[in-house]
Design a binder for this molecule. Structure first.
Ligand SMILES: [Fe+2]
Length: 164
C-alpha cells in the first residue's frame, strides 16, 4: 500500500518536474535568443527529459492505484542572462531537485514503503548524473571566460548532446 503522505509528496514532485521542464525551456529560449544555439539545443533536450521524469512519477502513482493531481506550473522570471549564469542556475536547480527526491525516499522508508523506495532509487541515481552534467557545463563556461573562440567551441559541443 502506498500511503497518502507518499502520494502527496510524489504529486508535488510531479509538479516540480514539470516546473523544471519549464525552467529549462525558458533557459533554452534565452540562449537561442543570444545565438548560443548549441546550449539552447542541450537545454531543450533537458526540457524533454524533465517531461519524461514527470510522466514516470505520474505513471508510478497510477500503477500503485493512486490518482495523480495536476497543479499549476510556475514560470519564474529568468534572471540568469549569460551562459555561465544559466549553467549555474541549472546546477543549483538540480541540487534542489536531488534534495527533494532524497526527502521523498526518506519518507517512503519511514512509511515502510519499499516499492516506492525501489522506484525512487532510479531518480536518486539519475540526480547524480544530472548534477554532474550541469556542474560540468558551469566548469566549461568558467574556463572559457570571455574568450569567444572557446565559447563558440563549447556551444558547438553542447549542441552535440544525444537525445536520451
Ligand atoms: Fe528531473
Amino acid at each position: 500500500m502506498i500511503s497518502e503522505k507518499v502520494v502527496k509528496a510524489i504529486n508535488e514532485q510531479i509538479n516540480m518536474e514539470y516546473a523544471s521542464a519549464y525552467i529549462y525551456l525558458n533557459m533554452s529560449i534565452e540562449m537561442d535568443d543570444q545565438a548560443f544555439r548549441g546550449y539552447a539545443k542541450w537545454l531543450f533536450a533537458q526540457y524533454e527529459e524533465e517531461l519524461e521524469h514527470a510522466e514516470k512519477f505520474l505513471g508510478f502513482l497510477q500503477t500503485r492505484g493512486a490518482v495523480p493531481v495536476l497543479k499549476d506550473i510556475e514560470v519564474p522570471a529568468l534572471e540568469a542572462k549569460t551562459p555561465l549564469d544559466v549553467a549555474k542556475a541549472a546546477y543549483a536547480h538540480e541540487m534542489k531537485v536531488s534534495a527533494s527526491i532524497d526527502r521523498i525516499a526518506e519518507l517512503a522508508s519511514k512509511e515502510g514503503d519499499r516499492a516506492s523506495n525501489a522506484f525512487l532509487m532510479w531518480f536518486v541515481n539519475e540526480q547524480v548524473e544530472e548534477e554532474e552534467s550541469t556542474r560540468d557545463i558551469v566548469d566549461m563556461f568558467e574556463f572559457a571566460g570571455d574568450d569567444k573562440a572557446v565559447l563558440f567551441e563549447i556551444d558547438r559541443r553542447l549542441g552535440e548532446r544525444e537525445e536520451d
